[in-house]
Write a protein that binds this ligand. Sequence first.
Ligand code: SF4
Length: 169
Amino acid sequence: MTGCFGCHMSLLDIDEKILDLIELVDFDKSPIDDIKKFTGPVDIGLIEGGCSTQENVEVLRSFRKHCKILISVGECANTGGVPHLRNTIPLRECMEEAYLKGPSVVDGVIPNDPDIPLILDKVYPIHEVVKIDYWLPGCPPRAETFWAALTALLKGEEPKLPYELIKYD
Ligand code: SF4
């Protein structure tokens, strides 16, 4: 959602284990297979990014509706991350700076097309919008963290993230 796609890239960093994962799961709605809509109920959903638009809210609610287990992936989803730095500035000021007063703006206008997702007053961590079952920390979480959490859940176990997977120095 509102993130940088870095968490997706980190998932792909499990390298050849992606082949093992494909043996264990069927992907549904995902940028990996480019399926845009859920084809049915799924066991595990992974969400990257915070919630900053009406469209994000709809995507998030759709994930919650279709996924038995929903995992918040990375700091943008967990806390709002870098995008939520805008929360200290009123939305009107953000819009004016971006579209009217910014140094690169010429003849600016604030967009108001119904096809553009409505921007929320703040960037919200996703657990403030829907119930979340697990959180993967990091910006992005390490590939090994994805692997540890997913393989545990697939075995019906609670994910355990040892200190080595959640330290960042
Ligand atoms: S948590 Fe970090 S890597 Fe993931 S989407 Fe946010 S900024 Fe990108």
